[in-house]
Design a protein around this ligand. Structure first.
Ligand code: FNR
Length: 179
């Protein structure tokens, strides 16, 4: 069976480079991976709204995370950190504490930016949040994609060198899932 991965772009932008990175990986892997691309467009976290009657979009998000074998999160960098919309979605998914959909979930992190720094600071911050939520983080070389605007065509990452590099990360994620 194929490894069922959920890709989460940390951007709501129609022409998001982060989504384009995931589209590239979804279209161009070795065929053993099914990478579905989701979204992080959720209402702002409020524990008054959290419980059995949590917003529909939140319940769907948690179910999509739970149903996946693992996550691939592609984050932009906003002011040297992760976009609030991504942090918000991870905060929702991290609850209820101790039995959340993120607990024990294998995650591969990727960052991308038009700047040559490739979102490396956001990546470090994202790792900390995922660690707090008790995810299992794929280690090894960090997949940091600088100058991403030059590496995307028609909404999809096409640069062969960075695709090769990112596919190695997917393999490490699959190995972690296989245990
Ligand atoms: C940015 N951008 C940015 N880039 C970066 O490398 N480091 C940074 O700290 C920031 N800060 C920042 C703040 C805000 C509020 C915006 C809107 C943008 C630029 C950012 O990398 C660029 O807009 C990307 O295209 C955003 O990712 P998506 O939407 O293409 O996935």
């Amino acid at each position: 069976a194929k490894t069922k991965l959920l890709g989460l772009p940390g951007s709501l932008r129609r022409e998001s480079y982060s989504r384009a990175v995931l589209q590239g990986l979804a279209a161009d892997n070795d065929g053993t991976v099914e990478l579905q691309i989701g979204h992080v467009d959720l209402p702002l976290y409020n524990s008054d709204l959290d419980g059995d009657d949590a917003p529909e979009a939140v319940r769907e998000f948690r179910q999509a995370v739970a149903a996946s074998d693992g996550l691939v999160i592609a984050t932009p960098e906003y002011n040297h950190g992760i976009p609030g919309v991504l942090k918000n979605a991870l905060d929702w998914a991290s609850r209820p504490r101790g039995s959340s959909s993120l607990m024990g979930k294998p995650v591969l992190v990727v960052s991308a930016s038009p700047a040559f720094t490739g979102g490396v600071r956001a990546q470090a911050q994202l790792n900390e949040t995922l660690h707090a939520a008790e995810c299992r983080l794929v280690g090894g070389p960090q997949i940091v994609i600088g100058n991403v605007g030059d590496k995307v065509r028609d909404g999809r990452l096409v640069d062969p060198a960075i695709l090769d590099f990112a596919r190695e990360g997917l393999k490490r994620l699959q190995a972690m899932i296989a245990g």
